[in-house]
Every structure is written in structure tokens, then in C-alpha cells.
Design a protein around this ligand. Structure first.
Ligand code: HEM
Length: 402
């Protein structure tokens, strides 16, 4: 609980910090990286360049303070951060560094408005949240049996082109076995070293096959230009990682984990590379011989950008009750209507949901615009919000809190 002395300062300054949020966060990252250049290795410099993490860490602290009496709203966000932090290897010793630079940045950006009691109140709020995160991260690490941030060397047994911009890598231990169990929907951190710059970068990729297979598979979309920070890791993987090579990979984490062992209907909705956790789930439904009604709908630009189609065909052959629908935004001449795709344009749930689907459990993964649109469409069609699950990345995570 935040103290009664701190409370009025937090309440009064939340709108001010929200207004100056981006300036504070930019200042904070510059300050922190200048003092601790080693932290460049754990942060995603692509997110730094496009501003998304610049909003998320500080925005999360402000959102936390703004919602301090509303634990229910915060819990899913905290859970998401905890999984991400454990995956990238955040340690308790990192928290005083972030805290010190965040509070100093509030002071430096707000100037005279940042009075000592106001800064003390924010220090208190930061440490309340930090304490919660540290405790939850320790519990999750213990449960997973992993050392936080531990990376293992895995071997690429195969790589496969999935679409114009997605490549799959099949990973095993050096002994040729599966690297371990996971839940469909979980992701792993992958580390790539750039020795010339003494820089390491981590990225998270969903595991795109199901857990019973003797491999892990990641399906990586080339994110923009390899020369830009955002596209660096995926570009490097596409251009360099070949069969027989090794890759540093962390343990699986993530709390977006569609239930496989259930009997009620399930609807999996994805766009673009958001298809990866959905295919993992679908393959697990195949593996367990599921009888539940399944609707798998995907939105792609065209047939060249429709990844993991071989998995979809195999699932259709094995699950007679499976309905699959593809929406192509602008089909190519070579794309076959009715076979490769069913509808032209963006995903429109009104055209595909049947009466029984309203009671299904829905899972959504894709770019933010897609997620918002489908979320609203599902609510309008009468689906219960408690049954809609979303994989949200970056600052949008906090959208409903700010
Ligand atoms: C109260 C303190 C903190 C809050 C509220 C916070 C909040 C967040 C949020 C909201 C995300 C995005 C999660 C997602 O996209 O799924 C994130 C990711 C991340 N956080 Fe934290 N964080 C805190 C402390 C720390 C500390 C102490 C470190 C380490 C110095 C750290 C390093 C990272 C990294 C490396 C990521 C992954 C994203 C990226 O690479 O840019 N965070 N954090």
C-alpha cells in the first residue's frame, strides 16, 4: 500500500508525468545507458529506436501508480512483464539502477515542479512495484527451474522458408533431442552477438511447433531492414543462420498459453507473423487428437506472405472438425480463391463466425490494429470479454490503464 503521505503527491502528479512521459523516458534511457553501457546488451535496441520500450517501462510505472487501488487491472500486466523479465534475465540488482535513473529523470525533466516530497512519493511507488516484480520473478524462475537469463547452445537441425519473409529454424540440443517441454503460445529469447561492436541483442520468438515434437521450432519474420536496429536480429538470422550452426536460446516463458486439453470450442485468430503461437496450439490439438470444434482464421497480405501453410494442411487432414479461413488483403494472380484463401480484404468476423462460436474461447495474436478491430468485433458479436485472450506487445500492453 502506498503511504498516506505519498498518496496526494502521486494523485496530483500522474497527469503531469503522463504528459511528459516520453521526454522522461527518453532522458531516463540516455542517462542509464551512459552510466551502464553493459545494459545495452539486455535491452532491445530496436525498441529503443522506434520508441516502444521508451514508453513501456516508465509508462508501466506511471500506470501502476494511477491504478494503485485497482489490483485486478494491474495483475495481467504485471504477469506479462514478469515473464518477459525472466526471459531476458532481469536480476534484483538491476532494480536500484533503473529506480535511481528514473527518479533522477523525473527530477531533471520536471525541474522546479519536482519537489522533494513528490520525488519521495515516486520513489516509494517505484519500489512498491519493483518489490512485487522481484518477488514474482523469483517465483517464476523457481517454478521453471531455470537460472534467470540462462541461455543454452542449441543446434539448427534444419531451416525452412515459410513465406516471403518468414523462415523457420528447427532447434535441438547437441545430443539431437528436444530442448524441453513448453506450453503452446510460449516464446524463447534468442541471443545474437555482434562481436565487432561488442554488442549482444536478445529477441523473443514464439515457439511455432507443438511440445511433443523432438525439436523446438521458431519462425522468424524479417523485421524491416537489417541495417536498422529493429531488423538487426531477424536480418542476421535470415542471412547467416544455417543448418548445423548453433544458436543461444533461453527457456520458454510467456503467459499467453491457449488451453489445449478442453472440450469447449476454440477460435484462433491471427494476422501476419501472429500465426506462430496459433500454429503451435493447432499442432498440439492435432497431437492430442482433440475433438473440440476449432476455427482457425488468419489474415495475410497474400499467398506469398501466408506462413506455415504446410502445418495448416496437415492439421486439416488430421482434424475433421477443423474449419480454416484465410483472408488475403490483396491476393496475387497465382492465389486460388476458395483454396488458398476464402475472403478478400481484412478479417471480418461477421462473415465467418457461426452461432456456436459465440461461446468459444477466443485467442488473438497480430499487429495492434488487427487486435483492436477483432476485440471490438467479438464484443459486438456478443462474446464475453473473459473468454477473449490477447497477445499484446509493447506499449499497447498498457493501453487500457492509461
Ligand atoms: C518497476 C520496474 C519496471 C517496470 C515497471 C518495467 C516494465 C516493463 C514493461 C512494461 C516491459 C514490456 C513487457 C512486454 O513487452 O511484454 C518491460 C520489458 C523489459 N524490461 Fe522492464 N520494467 C521494470 C524494471 C526493469 C529493470 C530493472 C530492467 C533491467 C535493467 C528492465 C529491463 C527490461 C527489458 C530488457 C525488457 C524487454 C524489452 C526490451 O528489451 O526492450 N526492466 N519492462
Amino acid at each position: 500500500m502506498i503511504s498516506t503521505q505519498a498518496r496526494p503527491y502521486i494523485d496530483a502528479s500522474v497527469p503531469v508525468l503522463r504528459e511528459h512521459g516520453l521526454a522522461i523516458t527518453q532522458h531516463f534511457y540516455q542517462r542509464m545507458f551512459a552510466a551502464h553501457p553493459e545494459l545495452n546488451d539486455i535491452f532491445n535496441l530496436g525498441n529503443q529506436a522506434n520508441g516502444s520500450q521508451q514508453q513501456s517501462l516508465a509508462a508501466a510505472v506511471f500506470a501502476y501508480a494511477a491504478n494503485i487501488d485497482n489490483a485486478g487491472a494491474l495483475q495481467p500486466v504485471i504477469e506479462r512483464i514478469v515473464h518477459k523479465h525472466v526471459s531476458v534475465g532481469i536480476k534484483p540488482a538491476h532494480y536500484p539502477i533503473v529506480g535511481r535513473h528514473l527518479i533522477a529523470s523525473i527530477a531533471e525533466v520536471l525541474g522546479d515542479a519536482a519537489t522533494p516530497p513528490l520525488l519521495a512519493a515516486w520513489d516509494e511507488a517505484y519500489w512498491l512495484l519493483a518489490g512485487e516484480l522481484i518477488a514474482a520473478e523469483a517465483r517464476l524462475s523457481e517454478r521453471s527451474g531455470a537460472v534467470q537469463g540462462e541461455l543454452r547452445m542449441l543446434t539448427v537441425m534444419e531451416r525452412r522458408v515459410e513465406s516471403a519473409d518468414v523462415m523457420s529454424y528447427y532447434l535441438q540440443t547437441p545430443a539431437g533431442t528436444s530442448p524441453g517441454d513448453f506450453l503452446p503460445g510460449q516464446y524463447v529469447s534468442v541471443a545474437v552477438d555482434f562481436p565487432g561492436e561488442k554488442l549482444r541483442q536478445l529477441r523473443q520468438y514464439s515457439l511455432s511447433d507443438e511440445p511433443a515434437k523432438p525439436w523446438w521450432r521458431i519462425s522468424v519474420r524479417r523485421a524491416g531492414d537489417a541495417a536498422t536496429p529493429a531488423g538487426r536480429v531477424s536480418g542476421w538470422l535470415h542471412d547467416n543462420l544455417k543448418q548445423g550452426d548453433t544458436l543461444l536460446v533461453g527457456r520458454p516463458f510467456g503467459d499467453f498459453t491457449p488451453t489445449v486439453h478442453a472440450s469447449h470450442p476454440i477460435v484462433l485468430l491471427s494476422a501476419g507473423v501472429g500465426i506462430t503461437p496459433m500454429i503451435s496450439t493447432l499442432n498440439a490439438l492435432v497431437e492430442t487428437g482433440s475433438r473440440r470444434p476449432i476455427l482457425f482464421a488468419h489474415a495475410a497480405r497474400d499467398g506469398r506472405h501466408h506462413a506455415l501453410r504446410a502445418d495448416l494442411s496437415a492439421a486439416r487432414a488430421n482434424l475433421p472438425q477443423l474449419r480454416t479461413v484465410a483472408f488475403y488483403e490483396s491476393p496475387l494472380e497465382t492465389d486460388r480463391a476458395g483454396a488458398d484463401y476464402q475472403h478478400v480484404g481484412r478479417m471480418d468476423l461477421g462473415r465467418i463466425l457461426a452461432e456456436g462460436d459465440r461461446d468459444a474461447e477466443f485467442f488473438l495474436c497480430g499487429p495492434m490494429g488487427f487486435m483492436r478491430q477483432q476485440w471490438e468485433a467479438l464484443l459486438a458479436l456478443g462474446a464475453s470479454p473473459a473468454r477473449i485472450h490477447r497477445e499484446v506487445f509493447g506499449p499497447e500492453l498498457l493501453d487500457h490503464l492509461l
